[in-house]
Design a protein. Structure first.
Length: 213
């Protein structure tokens, strides 16, 4: 990233929109260092303009702006990522998931993965944000994408952040016995043994749904 651009944004706040557009054009070379990223994230008006370009601009501008956001998300600290999210990064990124360009799709998925990881590490529900923005539906569709890298990335994100817990899933699988379906449901917790042994896992107690005759 060109050093004069950051200086211009800081020293000429009334011209930030003009300089922001220039930054979008030079940002594919970002990720720079944490100091540069911190300087940008501390200027929410600039980041908001970049995010607006991601969601609503001609394709070439959208593409470059997407690189901006992705480079901050993948190259920044968790605090930088949270700053992006607060300004609407998830909505902007989800708006690009259905584009045809595989390279940009991978850039977007990388950013979303980093956002989800930061949210998971710091106890923030970014998974819900992605789902609310129709991001999950779009990522699921990418499992049928012709580009293998896009497919693998989509599968990884879904399995890592949106998957069902294996143990819970196994307990909910019904078994058929005659005219009934049985779902395994845990019985009440066991009491401690007389000699202080920890409680033992009790077998699952079937709960049957019988078909009406």
């Amino acid at each position: 990233m060109q050093a004069f651009s950051i200086t211009s944004l800081i020293c000429y706040p009334t011209k930030r929109e003009v300089f922001a557009k220039k930054l979008v054009g030079s940002f594919p070379t970002l990720p720079g260092n944490h100091g540069q990223i911190t300087s940008l994230v501390r200027m929410p008006s600039v980041i908001s303009l970049v995010l607006a370009h991601v969601a609503n601009a001609e394709w070439e501008v959208r593409k470059e702006a997407t690189w901006v956001v992705s480079n901050i998300a993948t190259g920044g600290l968790n605090g930088h990522v949270h700053g992006l999210v607060e300004l609407g990064a998830i909505h902007a990124l989800c708006s690009v998931i259905d584009v045809a360009d595989p390279k940009i799709l991978l850039v977007v998925l990388d950013a979303i993965e980093c956002i989800l990881r930061a949210g998971k590490n710091d106890g923030r529900d970014y998974i819900g944000f992605v789902d609310e923005c129709d991001g999950l539906d779009k990522i699921e569709k990418l499992q049928e994408h012709a580009n293998n890298n896009v497919y693998e990335k989509a599968v990884f994100i879904i399995e890592s952040y949106f998957g069902v817990d294996d143990e819970e899933d196994e307990n909910l699988v019904p078994t058929v016995n005659g005219d009934t379906f049985s779902f395994g449901l845990p019985v009440s917790k066991a009491t401690e043994h007389e000699h202080g042994d920890p409680p033992q896992q009790q077998p699952l107690q079937p709960f049957n749904f019988a078909f009406a005759s």
